[in-house]
Write a protein that binds this ligand. Structure first.
Ligand SMILES: NC(=O)c1ccc[n+]([C@@H]2O[C@H](COP(=O)([O-])OP(=O)(O)OC[C@H]3O[C@@H](n4cnc5c(N)ncnc54)[C@H](OP(=O)(O)O)[C@@H]3O)[C@@H](O)[C@H]2O)c1
Length: 342
């Protein structure tokens, strides 16, 4: 467990560190929850930050924008209104960033929602919740790789379920044969880690972090309960109004702490890329460099308190089966199809 006090020491050192000035961050899924918590810390605790923020509604995000601007008058915060479940829209937003910026330091992706509903394909033919947890996130990462490579300390962070990789069918990554919400969620988790391992090989200067946030009080579970139907609706509502509030009070992490942890992952020397250590905000006393998921592969699988997760047997087996390369090749192909190029 990484103690929150040590994280606060590290984050407080940012403004005086050479790694805490003029950072450019791209935030996707930061209009609420863990992404928003991280964005607020980024705005408040770094010097002259610039953030590009994907939003569904400028109007709904304007109070957040005002709060960010008030927390750091030297910051630049750019809202980009778009429907990110479509890959073509991701490309448009990234093209705009590429036209304006010479480098990007942080890509922080956490969009999504949980739903018991059946498959819900977008007009590009990708299940929307699955796009948000995997295809959209990686399209941002893919598009921004050239700018990440220009940063002195580039970080990619996806908030999902690092450490919970499970067996997946490498011949049916889109789950056409058999779809369920649980299967899709598991696929997204495992695909994320495998894709990170492939990308880290190709981009050794970038640190890739896949984090399971534990239970953060963002309302995500209450919204999931509202997607139940039929006989499950009554127990789901009972859970929502009786047990869930207790979990929120006694067992969950606050959005603020999740955000402090998010900023730490994005800046600390604890998570070096394959290129090596010594880059990022120096470690406070008591902390040491984290162990990555391979031998210096620059991919980190973290739990709620940023503790390194053990490698699951499924992940080992998928590596033996060329899982990282297969997932990445499939992802590139699915994007081409979605964008009408194949
Ligand atoms: N919170 C937890 O306890 C927990 C635990 C395990 C895993 N996770 C995972 O961690 C990630 C972040 O969780 P969170 O609790 O921070 O989530 P959250 O508070 O629900 O925030 C989700 C973000 O995704 C955006 N979003 C939702 N549906 C969208 C759509 N159809 N199109 C575009 N954007 C959409 C939201 O935008 P709007 O503001 O416009 O709605 C918001 O910015 C999720 O993948 C979640 O499943 C969370």
């Amino acid at each position: 467990m990484v103690n929150i006090k040590a994280i606060r020491v590290s984050n407080a050192a940012l403004k005086d560190s050479k790694y805490g000035s003029d950072l450019v961050g791209v935030f996707v899924g930061a209009t609420s929850g863990i992404g928003m918590g991280t964005l607020k810390q980024f705005a408040k605790l770094t010097k002259s930050p610039k953030a590009y923020i994907a939003v569904r509604s400028i109007q709904a995000a304007t109070p957040l924008l005002r709060e960010l601007e008030a927390s750091n008058p030297d910051g630049t915060f750019i809202l980009h209104q778009t429907e990110i479940s479509l890959m073509k829209n991701v490309d448009t937003m990234c093209d705009e960033i590429k036209a304006k910026e010479e480098k990007v330091d942080i890509v922080f992706v956490s969009p999504g929602y949980l739903s018991f509903d059946d498959r819900n394909d977008s007009i590009e033919g990708i299940d929307i919740p699955h796009a948000l947890r995997y295809y959209t996130r990686f399209r941002f990462i893919h598009d921004l790789l050239p700018l990440l490579k220009k940063s002195s300390n580039p970080r990619v962070i996806s908030i999902l379920a690092g450490g919970q990789e499970s067996p997946i069918d490498l011949t049916d990554l889109e789950m056409r044969k058999d779809f369920s919400m649980m299967k899709a969620a598991k696929n997204g988790t495992t695909q994320t880690t495998l894709a990170f391992e492939e990308l880290a090989k190709q981009n050794p200067t970038i640190s890739f972090i896949h984090k399971y946030p534990g239970f953060v009080n963002t309302g995500v579970v209450a919204r999931l309960m509202d997607t139940t139907a039929g006989v499950l609706w009554v127990p789901a509502q009972l859970f929502k109004y009786t047990i869930l509030p207790l979990i929120n009070v006694f067992l969950s992490m606050s959005v603020e702490e999740a955000g402090e942890r998010g900023l730490f992952l994005a800046t600390s020397a604890m998570f070096p890329s394959t290129r090596g250590g010594g880059i990022g905000v120096p470690l406070p006393t008591g902390l040491s460099v984290a162990k990555d998921s391979g031998d210096g592969n620059g991919v980190y699988l973290l739990g709620a308190t940023d503790d390194v997760q053990p490698i699951t047997p499924a992940l080992r087996a998928l590596r033996e089966a060329r899982g990282p390369a297969i997932v990445w090749e499939s992802t590139l192909g699915i994007w081409e199809r979605a964008l009408g190029r194949s």
